[in-house]
Write a protein that binds this ligand. Structure first.
Ligand code: NAP
Length: 692
């Protein structure tokens, strides 16, 4: 019998002893053994800290992002191999798609986040904070990679996604990972890690894998590590209260049981599109992954007078769901991940039945296609009914991690909000309604207790990603019972692996540290106009101060005519009594255009390829006719751009592979009294002299 490998210290090693037997969930046949016995868990951590961490932390966000993209492309090429293995966990092709391609999609999404980060190993967080009257002292926040490892202890239901959604984030942050998948489905995680390691895309020590028990790994963690846990609340509590985690203040992110719910709006009736959307969503959440999703709908809240119509419609849909061997193309729902999981679900359903009855399905029998219902871990979908949800404990507290959901009545939307909160915190909730009022009342009433809320109606249903799909750019996690954690969410997730440090000093010092020009820093005034410099020649702080230009009343009249903006404040004929202004005031956009006329140099071609926008433009003081303005123009930030990949068989798009970067310019506009009348950041694309 094949024994799974542990990838530690740069090598594949087998654990001692026989280890745990792992089974094909569909046939019940043993397929592998997993053991981590005898591993030196302290050394695993040391290797991540001493080998993987320094290699990753010295890479820039751009390099790490490109690494993730390369990894995603590599795994996409290998995906069919993963599908063949995934079937053994009872997953249908669609279930596996969520796990495998959903996981790879996470790598792509995080790779793209590099575009919002600098070409540095660290980044600034938020805005500069002025701290002194004379502008010689300021503050900012800087984010640097933690010096430890990300330890991911994962649940069995998504052996690929569960790993990739997490490592994508810590690798982008510059922190190595130690992944410990749930043992029962670790054979699939191992297959993916084998491909990752074989690709050679990650630096040594960036990823280690433990197939089997986590041993005494947590005895050696420290404050530079981050532990994430996905699994049951009871294990989560045990690990979260581990004395070393508490003593060393180790960040611990927990995603646990969740009694997610869906609400049918009071406005929705049979025949309306939202009715069918609701029924379809419930059926999907009960059957995809055989209900083994942390986000699956466990509680269904329906207006009391529509209960029967709803449960009959759901039952009709469930009847159409073919269950069995996921390799048979007719099958829409596979098995649970193993016999142990089926036993666990059955016993949880028994507990739920203390206050509910079965409306649809059976705990003991299920007809299956191309499989043996007893040998494989098959279970019928089970729709339960509870008529007294306000006074029942079980449906709001007991999670059956399978195709099980309970339908319950509510009398008004306020009550639906109360019921939704009785789950004591969930990962996600949905409401299906065509009424904006009901949607608003529900979202504002229930949001405090749910990590994500989906509002479904006919307008969005077709393109909706669905109740159960956590998305890389949206926060995943939930308060209370759901673990109180938060992961993904785009850059929010990356920040969990970065230390945020407040830095204080002179603006010039903060510019030197951050490589981003800070207001009131000393600039570098030279003889060459910055627009004549190539991207690689420009220095942060390169600066010019322009000549003055007199703003005349005729200019303002002409700009009003040219632009068509005849707002009263720009007209000489206006009686200014009772207005914000004393007299005819120049258009802000005219001042900005005049500023460009002052700072743009040359009638000849230069390395500036184009101007593509302005960020944070503010007009801070009115400019009246007769005022002279001048500009201080400073190179604020540089972001190198990658060359576009070109298909050699296609004709070259002009300019497509000019080596170039984005340069942000800080523009300050002053009047005769040297007071700022406007400020903004201009974005240009600038050619590079050297090929990168
Ligand atoms: P589990 O039994 O709590 O196991 C979760 C993970 O913890 C597994 O990797 C397990 O390893 C490990 N573990 C168990 N005891 C440990 C210990 N003493 N020290 C270190 N690690 C330990 O949960 P599960 O049965 O795999 O997953 C089902 C549960 O996960 C459900 O309750 C579901 O709601 C929840 N879940 C939540 C989310 C979410 O995002 N919120 C996602 C998926 C699942 P072994 O496999 O080796 O025991």
């Amino acid at each position: 019998m094949v024994k799974l490998g542990n990838y530690i210290g740069g090598h594949w090693v087998e654990g001692d002893g026989d280890g745990q037997l792992l089974y094909n969930a569909v046939t019940g046949n043993a397929i592998a053994r997993a053991s981590s016995d005898g591993l030196d868990f302290e050394r695993i951590l040391t290797y991540a800290r001493e080998k993987g961490n320094p290699a990753l932390r010295k890479m820039t966000f751009q390099e790490r992002g490109r690494m993730l993209r390369a990894l995603a492309l590599h795994l996409m090429e290998k995906k069919e191999l993963f599908y063949t293995i995934s079937y053994q966990s009872g997953a249908t092709r669609i279930d596996s798609w969520i796990d495998i391609e959903g996981g790879i999609g996470n790598l792509f999404s995080n790779a793209s986040l590099r575009r919002r980060l600098p070409d540095e190993s660290f980044c600034l967080d938020g805005d500069p904070i002025p701290l002194s009257k004379q502008n010689s002292f300021m503050g900012h926040h800087i984010l640097v990679p933690k010096e430890g490892a990300a330890i991911h202890i994962n649940a069995y239901n998504f052996p690929v996604w569960g790993m990739l959604e997490k490592i994508a984030v810590n690798l982008l942050a510059g922190v190595p990972a130690i992944v410990k998948p749930a043992t029962v489905t670790s054979y699939l995680t191992e297959a993916v890690v084998k491909e990752i390691i074989a690709s050679g895309i990650l630096p040594d020590g960036a990823l280690q894998l433990i197939c089997g028990s986590a041993g005494n790994l947590l005895d050696f963690v420290n404050s530079q590590d981050v532990v994430t846990f996905t699994g049951s609340a009871s294990t989560g509590l045990k690990l979260k209260s581990h004395p070393v985690i508490l003593r060393e203040s180790v960040p611990f992110n927990m995603e646990a049981d969740s009694l997610n719910c869906i609400v049918l709006g009071q406005d929705v009736a049979p025949g309306q599109p939202e009715w069918d959307i609701f029924i379809k969503e419930v059926k999907k959440e009960m059957t995809v992954k055989a209900g083994q999703k942390c986000t699956a709908i466990r509680r269904i809240f329906v207006p009391g007078n529509k209960m029967e119509d709803v449960w009959k419609a759901i039952s009709t849909e469930l009847d159409k769901t073919a269950i069995g061997n996921p390799l048979n193309e007719k099958v829409r729902m596979g098995s649970l991940a193993g016999q142990g999981q089926r036993e666990e679900v059955r016993s949880q359903v028994q507990r739920l039945l203390a206050s509910s009855q079965v409306l649809y399905g059976s705990l003991d029998s299920v007809s299956v296609i191309d499989a043996d219902a007893k040998e494989g871990a098959f279970l019928s979908p089970l729709l339960l009914i509870n008529e007294t949800p306000l006074t029942s404990y079980e449906p709001h507290n007991i999670e059956a991690f399978g195709p099980v959901s309970t339908i319950m009545p509510y009398s008004n939307l306020e009550e639906a909000v109360v019921l939704s909160k009785m789950g004591k915190g969930s990962l996600c909730s949905s409401i299906v309604t065509a009424s904006p009022q009901q949607a608003k009342q529900y979202v504002l009433g229930a949001a405090s207790h749910h990590g994500r809320i989906l509002v479904l109606n006919a307008e969005c249903a077709k393109e909706s990603t669905g109740h159960g799909s956590p998305l890389p750019l949206l926060v995943h996690g939930g308060p209370g019972r759901a673990g109180g954690g938060e992961e993904m969410g785009g850059l929010r997730g990356v920040k969990h692996y970065l230390q945020r440090t407040a830095i204080q000093g002179s603006p010039t010092m903060i510019t030197a540290i951050s490589n981003v020009y800070q207001p009131h820093s000393k600039g570098i005034q030279g003889n060459i106009h910055p627009f004549k410099k190539y991207f690689d020649e420009l220095q942060i702080g390169d600066q010019i101060t322009t000549d003055k230009r007199l703003v005349k009343a005729e200019d303002i009249d002409a700009f009003a005519d040219l632009s068509g903006d005849h707002f009263y404040a720009h007209l000489r004929s206006t009686d200014f009594a009772g207005t914000m202004f004393e007299q005819q005031v120049a258009h802000g956009y005219f001042i900005m255009s005049a500023a460009a006329g002052l700072f743009v140099d040359s009638f000849e071609k230069n390395p500036v390829l184009l101007n593509y926008g302005i960020d944070e433009l503010r007009f801070t003081k009115p400019v009246y006719a007769g005022t002279s303005i001048y500009i201080r123009f400073t190179c604020k930030e540089k972001i190198e751009q990658e060359l576009k990949e070109r298909n050699p068989d296609l004709p070259m798009v002009q300019g497509a592979d000019i080596p170039k970067g984005i340069v942000k310019w800080y523009v300050e506009i002053f009047d005769d009294t040297d007071e700022a009348v406007g400020v903004g950041t201009i974005l240009t694309m600038v050619q590079m002299k050297q090929k990168p």
